[in-house]
Design a protein around this ligand. Sequence first.
Ligand SMILES: O=C(O)c1cc(=O)[nH]c(=O)n1[C@@H]1O[C@H](COP(=O)(O)O)[C@@H](O)[C@H]1O
Length: 269
Amino acid sequence: MTAFFDRLADRIAEIDSIVSVGLDPDPDRLPDEVRDADLPRWEFNRRIIDATADHAAVFKPNAAFYEDADGWRALEKTVEHARAAGVPVLLDAKRADIGNTSRQYATVLDSVDAITLNPFLGRDALAPFLDRETAGCFLLCRTSNPGGADVQELELADGDLVYERVADLASEWSAEGNRNVGLVVGATTPDELRSVRERVPDLPFLVPGVGAQGGDVEAAATHATAANGAGLVNSTRGIIFAGEDSEAAFDEAAEAAARDLKERLNQYR
Ligand SMILES: O=C(O)c1cc(=O)[nH]c(=O)n1[C@@H]1O[C@H](COP(=O)(O)O)[C@@H](O)[C@H]1O
């Protein structure tokens, strides 16, 4: 199998979209029509996948929404269905731990194409993921949440900020290894997004925070992709729950929202 970022660049070129469709099926927000299904989260995701696959460079399920017995079954079916539709799956799990545990965590890459990782524990904790040549590994760099600056913008002795050092290390680790490392940089801090892009032009970014979090679509589109054309802008609630504000069926509303985001992003890239 070819490297993930090459496969991603090919898919982006093929469907002309850098949209990552998040699959976070919050049980409290599922529409009535899926609530009686055997696995409501799977039924919801199945219809979202079928409706939005043509606009989705990847699907990004967040593990938090599946961490119970039915959830694991729903996630397994979701991953299989997305991949059968030809769409790679980026599991948003923000993993990494001591070596023994990380080695076990990394086995999930037998089933998905890419994963988000937490760089806080350092290189050895990431190694079991980064060692997989065909997987994509997105390291948290400058996150989109309000407290993202608390740790990530602390100043180091040489004047660099923590998130800048994370970007530099990710670039080194990628170049020394399998060139399979990207960064998570939020759209809610467009100046930082721009500065990280200037710092590491070769790393693909996953840019979350447009849509429900109100991030900057133009900055996201301008800076998400690396020189090879790989990069993603994610929206989750803004796509999958678009039907809450619409007369249309939830999957039709999701299709329209995904298409609209694709077109808005494409104006700037
Ligand atoms: O790693 C992520 O995907 C992520 C990083 C980050 O800094 N901010 C962020 O929102 N995310 C994830 O991206 C998704 C955003 O969802 P929406 O705000 O509904 O578009 C959620 O699954 C978040 O966990």
